[in-house]
Each structure stands twice: as structure tokens, then as C-alpha cells.
Design a protein around this ligand. Structure first.
Ligand code: ZN
Length: 226
């Protein structure tokens, strides 16, 4: 938890520095015409980094190449500007306790109140339902929701045979891309199960999830992409 606070504090400091620099540039416009042109150029490139600004997003755009887009209900997420407003430093692994189709259906249901960024099917197909810049309600812990990417896996915690080779490999590729994008170390401290989130009463992905297999697969995918 101490690490949580220092991480958040550090993020806020960076944001403040950016604002400070911009303010300085805007101030400079009054002083010199040449500086004004430079400041405007800087502003136009940086506007989307300003706190509270929504990044441009296109309908159907995905963060993981190859994923199919199916939008979750907006009630199951909070629009955000990650990683600028909240740093991303965790991947949280879930198991659906049902079929892929039933998971997609409940994430589209505004009454469900929860959804993850990705769902991985047994055959290795990946659906993205929430953009990575948005906060998905999946961890049952506000801080962990804000700092993480959630990945669901089709199957049941007490049926490890549901976790197919294709699923492990596809999921490892998604996690590897997330780790590369946000510079998250590939280890068990940063890639965790839902069960490890403080305060949760969920048990997924369960003892059947093969971490000793999954983490090396993520490392492999991470190296292959680099
Ligand atoms: Zn879960």
C-alpha cells in the first residue's frame, strides 16, 4: 500500500511539472513574438495531455492488434485519460465462471456494474470491450481499478482444463503488449490474480491457473515484440 501512495504521488508530480512548463511557455508569449509561435506549436501538440481533457478516440479502435471490439456498457467503466491521469502498473487476471458469450453479455449489461478491458476465449480469440485509457470496474477496489488492465479468461476456476494452450498464449501476448506500453515489469508483483486484490472476495483465477507457465510466456512474447 505504501508503494501505491508513492506511485500516485509521483504521477501527480509529473502532471504538475507539465502544467508548470506550459504556463511558462504561455507566459513567454507575452514577452516575445518568436516564443509565441513556439508556445502555440507546443500547446497544439500537448493539449490532450492536459488534465481533464479526453484523448481523441475512434469508435471500434482497439489497443491490442487483432482484438475484436465489442463495447461494454458505459455503466461498467469510467472514462479517463490513462496513463496521464492514473499510471498503469498492474495487469489483473480473471476467470469468467461461464462462457465467453455470457461474459460479453453481462459486460454489455449496465446493471452488471463490472467489466474488464479484455476477454480471452478458449480458442485464443481476444475481445476488447473497454479502451485501456478508461478505468474498467473489475477489481472490486477503486485504486486497483484505476491502476490496472483487467483480462478475463473463459472458463471456471475449478476446471483448469478450460485454460487451453491457445488461451495462455493469446493472453500472454495481450499482457506483454500492456507491459511494454506502460513499462510494467513482467513479474508476479505486477501481474496478479483477482484473488490478490486487497479487499476482494473473489477467488479467480484459482489454483488451476498455471502462473509458472504464464509468466514465462509473457516474457517470451515481450521479447519477441521488442
Ligand atoms: Zn475476477
Amino acid at each position: 500500500m505504501g508503494e501505491t501512495n508513492s506511485h500516485r504521488a509521483q504521477g501527480a508530480g509529473d502532471a504538475d511539472r507539465r502544467i508548470g512548463r506550459r504556463a511558462l511557455l504561455i507566459g513567454g508569449t507575452a514577452a516575445a513574438a518568436g516564443t509565441a509561435a513556439l508556445a502555440w506549436d507546443e500547446m497544439s501538440r500537448m493539449w490532450w495531455r492536459m488534465p481533464g481533457m479526453e484523448k481523441p478516440r475512434k469508435m471500434g479502435e482497439v489497443d491490442f492488434q487483432g482484438a475484436g471490439w465489442v463495447a461494454a456498457s458505459s455503466a461498467n467503466l469510467r472514462t479517463a485519460d490513462r496513463p496521464d491521469d492514473y499510471g498503469i502498473d498492474r495487469v489483473i487476471i480473471h476467470v469468467t465462471q461461464g462462457s465467453f458469450d455470457s461474459a460479453v453479455k453481462v459486460f454489455q449489461d449496465p446493471r452488471h456494474g463490472a467489466a474488464t478491458h479484455y476477454i480471452v476465449r478458449k480458442d485464443g480469440y481476444v475481445a476488447q470491450m473497454i479502451r485501456e485509457l478508461d478505468v474498467a470496474f473489475h477489481a472490486g477496489n477503486r485504486d486497483y481499478n484505476e491502476r490496472s488492465i483487467g483480462i478475463e479468461h473463459e472458463g471456471f476456476v475449478d476446471k483448469p482444463e478450460d485454460f487451453t494452450d491457445a488461451m495462455y498464449e493469446a493472453s500472454a501476448r495481450v499482457t506483454a503488449r500492456v507491459c511494454a506500453r506502460y513499462k510494467i515489469p513482467v513479474d508476479r508483483k505486477h501481474i496478479i490474480g483477482h484473488v490478490e486484490v486487497p479487499g476482494t472476495d473473489h477467488t479467480d483465477p484459482g489454483p488451476g491457473w498455471d502462473w509458472d507457465r504464464y509468466i514465462p510466456l509473457v516474457r517470451q512474447a515481450r521479447t519477441a515484440k521488442a
